[in-house]
Design a binder for this molecule. Sequence first.
Ligand code: CO8
Length: 257
Amino acid sequence: MNYENILVNQNDSILTITINRPKQLNALNKVTIEELHNAFLSADNDTSIRAIIIVGSGTKAFVAGADIKEFSNFDETQGAALAKNGQALLFDFIENLSTPVIAAVNGFALGGGLELAMAAHFRVASDNAKMGLPEVSLGVIPGYGGTQRLPQLIGKGKAMEMILTAGMMTAEEAKNCGLVNYVVSQEELLPLAEKLAIKISRNSSTAISAAIKSVNANYKTGVNGFEEEITNFGNCFGTTDFIEGTTAFLEKRRPNF
Ligand code: CO8
């Protein structure tokens, strides 16, 4: 498929999606959000893809936020619709994808950019990365899930400080509070994300999707995560991956998932 604002590259079972608006520091406009939705949807439906990496083009930014030019003249109704559609098409969509998504934060990840990274299943960052939710400095609040996911990842007090001060964190600070898992140089960032993606790709994709669903259940209102885990655990016993995984173990060989 041809896209205007993103690049998609498959290498074996790993798909890398690059947001490609470097002149606008990869800011998320409507078209980019729709293209990302389509790329993630088609990747999730493609059984040859076992892990997805999302990164920004260039060396300066992962994503510098939602495209401010696009919503600067919106009213209350248009603002609410923008947040709702964006969450459904991209942020909640990624979080609930069956295929694991790693965000490779290669520079500024601000506002909607940090919200995108937080919707991924985990994050790695380059040492020049800066992260923040500066929305209150623009007279709005994080609208793509940031007020919910940031406290989940780093705790309420630290999240409040970040959101209320509109301040930025360095990559090292982000690692110290659990927002990103690793910090490496920019040259090492994609190789690290690929190494982690390959490690994931060797495991059972049906078990991985059940694990994502079960972990996410802890954060869903009205869902009992322990019950969800029991159901998903039980379902694994009906899969060919379960037969292959346990048989391979007993036969002292690597499983072929
Ligand atoms: N939207 C649109 N354009 C942007 C954005 C953005 N978020 N960020 C940068 N750009 C553009 C700049 O306008 C500039 O364009 P031009 O060359 O045409 O003037 C170009 O990218 C380069 O940027 P700068 O010249 O500003 O580069 P600097 O190195 O001086 O500064 C910064 C880099 C610090 C990253 C700076 O660009 C900046 O502060 N950007 C805005 C960061 C921000 O506030 N992000 C949050 C946006 S709001 C948001 O994300 C809301 C999410 C929730 C939405 C829910 C629905 C609305």
